[in-house]
Ligand binder design. Structure first.
Ligand code: FA5
Ligand code: MG
Length: 414
């Protein structure tokens, strides 16, 4: 059966992903629910909101950036395998050995050596090694995270990378004689790395901001209010986040920065300087189309999908909520074992409750003064996207979540 070939399943000692079997081990923490999302490639579905956003981003790059002979400057990679090595996701990006993101508490591991990429930056090095100087890499990314209307364990990112030779950096300078991109100096917290000249760093920063702001204004309209906020990433310096003011709130749209030269050197691009950025597609789509809940991107309902069936991706769309059904609220309190992580519970909730769980909040946490045990209380919000959920149905899911938490996480219900 074709459908079986493409489906994913877990056997005792192996994890099967799109037809490939991977040996599982004590680090394996991918769940069948997570694996079932692999291969959906929502970003490549023509009439899906994420597919529409991706096409708008592509259009921006195709129309504004062409090479000498008029061909698109940026290459686009949108089918890269989400199963990547530790080297790709962390080491190639200079992530410190003790960085929290490496922990199985935060990341989905297939086994000790392989994981589901936590960001599209995982592909920077391999694509640069291929000799590509300007590219987009779009794909699904996986993170163990909190549960609410804007967080889902699978979302989509678009990576943007652009490299320059010395000649390209100074191509618009009237007399570039004597201008260099490399130097031996100091790393300065606000503007440059030790091996870059200030003039090269500033020109690359200018190019980065012009390109990314241009994209943001193309997406949100030229009057949108924005700000650049200083940020930190292990693989860029200096680094920024671009925020826009939308619907009464500042929203982070992307992270970016001048690429760490060490990364470029390791990738064989030692004579170049470059910038990189990563955008979250769901964040953009939720604002652009007024989609209220991140779970909706996975909806198979015709009522959802038909609202995005437009041929021109630039067509403005305002999502009309299918309807808002009443939520059910249930609390659960338990003593946690010493190695307990909230993300283990969030994963279990997703596995058992699926998309009926809208939000989970840790509402109380305390350690008993006598026996030193720690108690957590979580509030779970259950809501069906397409109909009213009865309290009895919610209670049933709630009690199986409690049961599974006892069995799998070793908690003791209070
Ligand atoms: C990163 O993932 C970096 N790789 C971005 C980057 C690339 C920086 C290249 C520098 C150079 P961050 O974790 O902040 O950074 O995520 C980037 C974007 O993804 C965010 O701006 C946001 O738009 C989106 N994003 C992050 N977490 C979530 C989430 N849980 N749900 C939806 N979107 C998210
Ligand atoms: Mg961030």
């Amino acid at each position: 059966q074709l459908s079986q070939l493409h489906s994913t399943s877990i056997r005792k000692s192996e994890v099967k992903i799109k037809g490939t079997a991977y040996q599982s081990d004590d680090v394996t923490n991918v769940t069948p629910r997570i694996l079932s999302k692999i291969g959906k490639n929502l970003h490549t579905v023509k009439h899906h909101p994420l597919g529409l956003i991706k096409r708008r981003i592509e259009n921006y790059f195709y129309t504004h950036f062409t090479n000498r002979v008029g061909n698109p400057l940026f290459a686009i990679f949108d089918r890269l395998d989400p199963v990547v090595t530790i080297h790709q996701n962390f080491d190639s990006l200079l992530t410190p050995e003790d960085h929290v993101s490496r922990s199985p508490k935060d990341t989905y591991y297939v086994n000790r050596d392989l994981l589901l990429r936590a960001h599209t930056s995982a592909h920077q090095e391999e694509i640069i090694k291929m000799g590509c100087d300007a590219f987009l890499a779009v794909g699904d990314v996986y993170r163990r995270d909190q549960i609410d209307a804007t967080h889902y364990p699978v979302f989509h990112q678009c990576e943007i990378v652009r490299l320059f030779t010395e000649g390209e950096v100074f191509s618009r300078v009237k007399d570039p004689t004597g201008l260099r991109i490399f130097d031996e100096g100091d790393r300065r917290s606000h503007d440059k790395q030790e091996m870059h000249t200030l003039e090269a760093a500033k020109l690359v920063e200018f190019d980065l901001k012009k390109c990314l702001l241009g994209l943001t204004l193309q997406l949100f309209g030229k009057d949108v209010e924005y700000r650049w906020v200083d940020a930190y990433f292990p693989f860029t310096h200096p680094s920024w986040e671009l925020e826009i003011f939308h619907g009464g709130d500042w929203l982070e749209v992307l992270g970016c920065g001048i690429m760490e030269q060490k990364l470029l050197n390791n990738a064989g691009a030692m004579s170049k300087i470059g910038w990189a950025a990563g955008l979250g597609l769901e964040r953009l789509a939720m604002k652009l189309y007024a989609i209220p809940d991140i779970r909706l991107f996975w909806s198979e309902e015709e009522a959802f999908q038909k609202q995005f069936r437009v041929d021109n991706p630039e067509t403005p769309i305002t999502f009309k909520p299918l309807s808002v059904y009443a939520p059910c609220l249930n609390d659960i309190s338990f003593w946690v074992p010493s190695n307990f992580s909230s993300n283990d519970f969030y994963d279990l909730v997703r596995t058992v409750g699926g998309d009926l769980v809208e939000q989970v909040d840790l509402v109380d946490e305390f350690t008993h003064p006598k026996h030193q045990r720690t108690s957590h209380c979580y509030r779970l919000v259950y809501r069906h996207m397409d109909r009213t959920l009865t309290q009895a149905e919610a209670n049933e899911i709630h009690s199986s979540i409690g049961q599974k938490a006892i069995e799998n996480l070793g908690v003791e219900i209070r």
